[in-house]
Design a protein around this ligand. Structure first.
Ligand SMILES: [Zn+2]
Length: 526
């Protein structure tokens, strides 16, 4: 309605300038039709076509077993990055890519190896639909798994398939390949060629992919299958703050923290931590046990070694973009020791710092002014994730996930201010301070969103699904129009990066249906 009023108004004003008026009216007519079509897309639910439904049914009825066997092969390769060894030269990565080539060939899909990136394709067309995945994984601690993390375990817990990569991101690779196979079997004519991208260093180094997308012609429409449903249009920025607490020899017969260790890798909320307290006594232990009783979800064990008290903490690991689903063992163990200011050797200073500026909260509330939130993207999250014993002291890595709303300069400045003040107040000179933060990502141009929401609504019964923002970062930002579509259900903890990574059989099959239907809708000839 506003547009019609504007046309009349413009008509009156520009009556003496016919050419200008014509151009302006053309422009307004264009905006009007454009905005009407957008409104229609948003307000009228998109129905899932019968072709998409029948192909999805065929895929799930025919290929559940084969898809599971495919995943079993893919997870058997420990494709964690090896420092100093580029993926194209890593023999395990080479073996993984050969397995992908073998499976693609068996399914009648084409296969191209570009080194860091593999493309598995179906159909011929200049117009293309890209599915974005990755074949590398985060490390796994075998002692935490009932079977090897690199063996698909379908029996330990009924109904779920456990393995490193089951959810992040090898499950989606197998699912996409069998969705493509079903589309090929059904001889669906494609207006867009379908291309499955498998990047081999998503968890460690995005530079090779950034270089690749500059020289490789990208699909016009892209879907990343590496996080959550229903559709992810915004991702927080990833930040790491590192600092080293310097070694200092203490000659004291009073209690002090002799060592403090914990954590595994920077994008995992740590579930293990350990502290050794020298010259401890039963009085101190009693206080600690009283504190421990106030914490929920943490398990502690205590050992004595002469007058040294060894405290071992077990929390719950989770992806560091979802700290609310985990229990941070480093933060909680430090909190047990928060009744005093410890002598400033490396471990003592570290514990003092954690208790002053991190605490057991997850939003950075104690870290100077850094806490903030965005209405759509949610709050900034802040978590200590890894402690590394270095020659000169203990390095603390803190993982940040920030929404839009602050410039990187402002955030960096706020972090540095807090560190400066803490050092002055505590007479500690932190070494090797490093603040490295990336921009959050918001996708504003994604014409496939209504179709993806319709597929999601049809298969889950969740009718009012809307685009969401997540704490994790995916490769979406490097591909034009890309948004995330699964594989994890909204609200459920994402198990990738945890020591209990799995995909449920039910979800695995549901993903096959939804990915098949989405591909038919977006790539099939109408
Ligand atoms: Zn991933």
């Amino acid at each position: 309605m506003a547009h019609f009023q504007l046309v009349l108004y413009v008509n009156d004003i520009f009556v003496d300038f016919p050419m200008f008026k014509k151009l302006l009216l053309l422009f307004i007519a264009f905006s009007l039709s454009h905005s009407l079509s957008l409104t229609a897309e948003e307000s009228v639910p998109v129905a899932v076509s019968s072709l998409a439904q029948s192909t999805a049914d065929y895929a799930s009825a025919t290929y559940q077993q084969a898809m599971t066997e495919s995943l079993a092969q893919l997870v058997s390769f420990n494709t964690v990055a090896v420092e100093g060894l580029p993926s194209p030269e890593n023999p395990v990565h080479q073996g993984f890519k050969q397995e992908l080539a073998r499976q693609a060939d068996q399914l009648g899909l084409d296969f191209s190896d570009y080194g860091y990136v593999v493309v598995i394709g179906l159909g011929q067309s200049d117009e293309r639909l890209g599915l974005i995945t990755h074949g590398d994984v985060q490390p796994a601690d075998p002692s935490k798994w009932l079977k090897s993390p690199f063996e698909l375990d379908a029996t330990s817990e009924p109904g779920i398939l456990l393995a490193r990569g089951a959810e992040d991101d090898k499950g989606p690779i197998s699912t996409a390949m069998y969705a493509m196979k079903a589309i090929k079997d059904k001889e669906i004519s494609l207006k867009r060629r379908i291309e499955l991208y498998v990047y081999m260093a998503e968890e460690s180094d995005w530079a090779p992919l950034e270089a690749f997308v500059k020289t490789h012609p990208m699909p016009q429409l892209n879907i990343t299958i590496d996080a959550n449903y229903p559709v992810v249009t915004a991702e927080k920025g990833y930040g790491t703050v590192k600092m080293t607490f310097p070694n200092k020899v203490l000659n004291s017969d009073k209690p002090y923290i002799k060592s403090f260790s914990g954590g595994f890798f920077t994008s995992q909320i740590p579930e293990d931590a350990q502290a050794i307290i020298a010259h401890a006594n039963s009085n101190l232990l009693e206080k600690i046990i009283t504190q421990a009783a106030k914490q929920k979800g943490m398990i502690y064990s205590y050992d004595w070694h002469d007058d040294e008290l060894i405290i071992t903490a077990l929390g719950k690991s989770t992806h560091s973009s979802e700290p609310q689903h985990g229990k941070n063992a480093i933060a909680h163990l430090a909190a047990l020791l928060s009744d005093r200011h410890w002598p400033n050797n490396a471990s003592g200073a570290l514990v003092n710092f954690i208790n002053t500026h991190l605490g057991t909260g997850i939003y950075g509330e104690l870290f100077g002014k850094i806490a903030f939130k965005d209405a759509f993207m949610g709050p900034m999250t802040v978590a200590p994730t890894v402690l590394t014993q270095k020659d000169h002291g203990i390095e603390l890595s803190i993982n940040l996930r920030q929404p839009r709303g602050k410039t990187l300069e402002q955030l960096t400045e706020e972090i540095n201010q807090t560190l400066i003040q803490w050092q002055q107040k505590n007479q500690v000179n932190l070494l090797n301070i490093d603040v490295d933060i990336s921009e959050p990502f918001v996708q504003t141009d994604a014409p496939q969103v209504p179709t993806l929401l319709a597929v999601f609504a049809h298969y889950t019964g969740i009718k009012d699904a809307q685009p969401i923002s997540i704490g994790a970062g995916t490769n979406s930002r490097l591909f034009p129009t890309a948004v995330v579509f699964g594989p994890a259900m909204p609200g459920k903890p994402y198990t990738g990066h945890s020591e209990h990574e799995f995909v449920s059989v039910e979800q695995f099959v549901l993903n096959l249906k939804m990915y098949t239907a989405a591909m038919v809708e977006l790539a099939g000839e109408p």
